[in-house]
Design a protein around this ligand. Sequence first.
Ligand code: S3P
Length: 510
Amino acid sequence: MANCHVVNALSKLIFVNTNTPGGSAPPGTGLHAGHVLETPGIYTASGLANGMNDLTPMVSRASNGVSGDVRVPGDKSISHRALLIGASAVGETEIAGLLEAGDIMATAAALRALGIEIERAGGDAAADPVWRVRGRGVGGLAEPETVLDLGNSGTGARLLMGLLASHPFASVLTGDASLRERPMARVMEPLGRMGAEFTARGGGGGRLPVTVHGTDMLRPVTETLAVASAQVKSAILFAALNTQGRTSVVEPNPSRDHTELLLRHFGADVSVRDESGGARRISVAGYPELAGAKVTVPGDFSSAAFPLVAALLVPGSNLRLRRVGLNPLRSGLLQTLEEMGARIEIHDLRDQGGETFADLQVEHGPLKGVTVPAGRAPSMIDEYPILGVAAACAAGVTHFDGIGELRVKESDRLAAMAQGLEAAGIEVEEGDDSLTIHGAGGAPKGGATIASRLDHRIAMSFLVLGAASKAPITIDDGATIATSFPEFIDMMNRLGANMETSMETDGARP
Ligand code: S3P
């Protein structure tokens, strides 16, 4: 990685965030410790469908600097996988650094409904908790008595569908209003070719609620994916665990490989081979003897991206982010920011359980517009919204290509970025799968109210834009931030941001 100055220690330590999500919730989200730790999916489908979840408008005003020394919450992708693979292993799995946020609690609740014991050692008060999962072995899930509500989480829903496909019972999955609009056919089709059956709402796209009619007689297949998707790849690999023989997935470009790394860590036979044209073939042997293991989850790079970009954009900032996961298939944003001229240093790069961790040192400085190639999209797919904010403040034009997948995330992120940036005074051109942003070359006008569309990353991105803009940015709802980063507002304010709950939304709605 370019611009990588590895040093051992940093003399200026301002504070380390030891605040646990179980201990306090971000002011203004309306959440408390009990919500985060106990509620099976903060966003229950029923709550949103019936309009029971009140909107939580938030406002972000110009900041004088985003500085300090913090640890961001655990990686969401790895946390889902640690719970799901732990449930499929024999014996106890101990997970340190698990993300304690709505999406992960929804996956934990679904696994409990499938007969898996999961507990937080030390109770809600523990500062550095360990989560224990008592696995029942491959194929060991029990038929659920209730509907499984995955809340806002596409990863939770799709990965669990893979696991359930190879269990001989029916289970019903649902989610919140955002998740119920997301396409599930992309996992149902390959799992169907393996022998599972599904009943879904919503025609061709296959929308939740979905009933999975699983079987323990799945066939091993070789699936060639049209689009690089770690969720689809992982759903197939999870189904393959309880399937005789070897199942393979060929992806057109490498997508995040947390499933492969963690399955190996638990003892599975996983092979990975590069193929022509940048494709990659991953195969897993059925019926592995997965043994309970210890897992340390790094900080989530996708969450770190918000304070990181805030520090780049707000004059006077100097920020240290600790123990951030830097899996090379996840960190395309760093390469892009460095091409934009960002001042980011990587310190103390280290490996643990196959994953790479590092500390990041970030300083404010001018950014310039760049073209981000389509091939980089899989390695930074969740970072486009916050990169769009960086581009809005950069000098010159930034162009994103090959980002059609953004239209089927927690919201249509391409449209959300285009409309939100335009409202904040930035000139943009929205294509079917591209976006061009004409940067302000400094602080944008701001002064807009943005619909966050039940999308945590849209909400956080525009709050960061508010910190760097001349006039405040309001978002109509910040409660959804708790799906991935419950302490976001609290942490950002301690670093010098000005974010709070607001009563005025100017009538914006998703
Ligand atoms: C994820 C994969 C990505 C990403 C999502 C998390 C995962 O989705 O956008 O937030 O944990 O596997 P796709 O696989 O659909 O690209």
